[in-house]
Design a protein around this ligand. Structure first.
Ligand SMILES: NC(=O)c1ccc[n+]([C@@H]2O[C@H](COP(=O)([O-])OP(=O)(O)OC[C@H]3O[C@@H](n4cnc5c(N)ncnc54)[C@H](O)[C@@H]3O)[C@@H](O)[C@H]2O)c1
Ligand SMILES: [Fe+2]
Length: 382
């Protein structure tokens, strides 16, 4: 089967990238922007860096920020109503994965109102029209939602998160400016950065990987493992490397899929509101151990990209173990907990395993799995 690669039409990278937002909006004849962000980003003045540019250019906009981390169906539906009430014709999404994913769902429903229930967008939905013209501006260096064809919404009633995959949702323009990420506290930088590493590693070993995605993922692993410790210390080089590394990971995994680390992480966020990156970071070594018997020979390249010393002198089994050790070391260095103590409850494991098995990321896992095996993987983390 032919490989399909979907990317933004235009993306801007580096300091000052946000200066391109107003020219992009005006060049496309947009008249009023729907600024989709979240309450903390408004409070910390992160959203304000972009609205100041809109103000300076007298470009009309309306702000919507009723978005919680791990955004809900309600957040999306309220956003659709707000978009319609505001008379806006384009979206500027400013935030982490939560604000950008909500913006993507809003943009899709505005142009495809038959999916207004949101739930029917799960998986690969047959939308006919591209979402409203969107410029996505990430403020975390993690999800790469600005370049992916996915968004993830929480169904509060059913206690699950669901993944929507739709080429119509990719923002036309991504503006990846490390200055928008500089205000992230250490814990958030670490968690979102480990999410990005998980994308690059799961994407590299996923069943559908191809030459083009391999190229993106190996470079992302190299950039992220070289930059994350610095980013946590808020160094400019660390922030720049992470902004780029997480985006390049998105160019890859969005096109080929992920695996059970993400499937298992989604349930933890839905049930306990565990930050997505924390869940991914704790589960990444678990997934790597589990997948070693079928994908282990690909771990050497991951280890090389991470700079594991003397990996060329190791046999395949040693190289795989050294790679997993390097992942654990990076996680420990940035302060991620080593297991799910205090998060996971024994009585929820069966439900979580069933949710993980039903998750859209699971079929991409290199090793075929089962609910029973996922139960064991969760149980190992109690
Ligand atoms: N679309 C995709 O392809 C994709 C991929 C992975 C994850 N996700 C989803 O993205 C969501 C997680 O997104 P996230 O990890 O980016 O976090 P988030 O968007 O949930 O944000 C977490 C918190 O960090 C704050 N924050 C964000 N940027 C900040 C900054 N620069 N300074 C200070 N505070 C800041 C936010 O206000 C929020 O309170 C989850 O729902 C996850 O499932 C989507
Ligand atoms: Fe993720």
């Amino acid at each position: 089967m032919a490989d399909r690669i979907v990317l933004n039409s235009i993306s801007y990278h580096g300091h000052g990238a946000i200066e391109n937002i107003v020219p992009e909006l005006t060049a496309r004849g947009c008249t009023k922007a729907f600024v989709c962000s979240d309450p903390d980003l408004l409070k910390f003045g992160v959203t304000g860096k972009v609205t100041a540019l809109l103000d300076a250019a007298n470009f009309p906009y309306s702000v919507y920020s009723e978005i919680k981390p791990n955004p809900t169906i309600q957040n999306v539906q309220d956003g659709v109503a707000a978009f319609q009430a505001a008379g806006t014709d384009c979206i500027v999404a400013i935030g982490g994965g939560s604000a950008m994913d909500t913006a993507k769902a809003i943009g899709i429903i505005i142009n495809n109102p038959e999916f207004a229930d949101v739930r029917s967008l799960e998986g690969v939905a047959p939308t006919k029209k591209h979402a409203v013209f969107t410029i996505a501006v990430p403020t975390t260096a993690g999800t790469a939602a600005e370049v992916t064809i996915n968004y993830v919404i929480t169904d509060v009633e059913k206690k699950r998160k669901f993944v929507c995959v739709d080429t119509n949702d990719i923002p036309e323009v991504a503006v990846v400016d490390p200055d928008m990420m500089a205000s992230m506290p250490k814990g958030l930088t670490a968690a979102t950065g480990m999410d990005a590493l998980t994308h690059a590693i799961e994407g590299y070993i996923t069943k559908g990987h191809c030459v083009i995605s391999d190229m993106f993922h190996l470079e992302a692993i190299r950039l992220i493992s070289r930059s994350l410790r610095g980013a946590v210390q808020n160094t400019p080089e660390g922030r720049e490397g992470m902004a780029l590394g997480q985006y390049i990971a998105g160019m890859g995994f969005s096109n080929v899929g992920l695996g059970i680390v993400h499937s298992m992480a989604h349930g933890l966020s839905a049930l306990y509101d565990t930050p997505h990156g924390v869940a991914c970071a704790i589960l990444l070594p678990v997934g790597l151990e589990y997948n070693k018997e079928v994908a282990g020979e690909r771990y050497r390249a991951i280890g090389e990209a991470m700079g594991v010393m003397d990996i060329d002198k190791m046999n395949d089994a040693q190289a795989a173990d050294a790679t997993i050790a390097a992942v654990k070391q990076l996680s420990a260095d940035v302060g991620i907990p080593t297991n799910l103590h205090g998060i996971l409850k024994e009585e929820d494991i069966e439900f979580l395993a069933q949710s993980a098995y039903a998750d859209a990321c699971r079929p991409g896992n290199p090793r075929d799995t089962s609910v029973e095996e996922i139960v064991e993987l969760y149980r190992s983390q109690l």
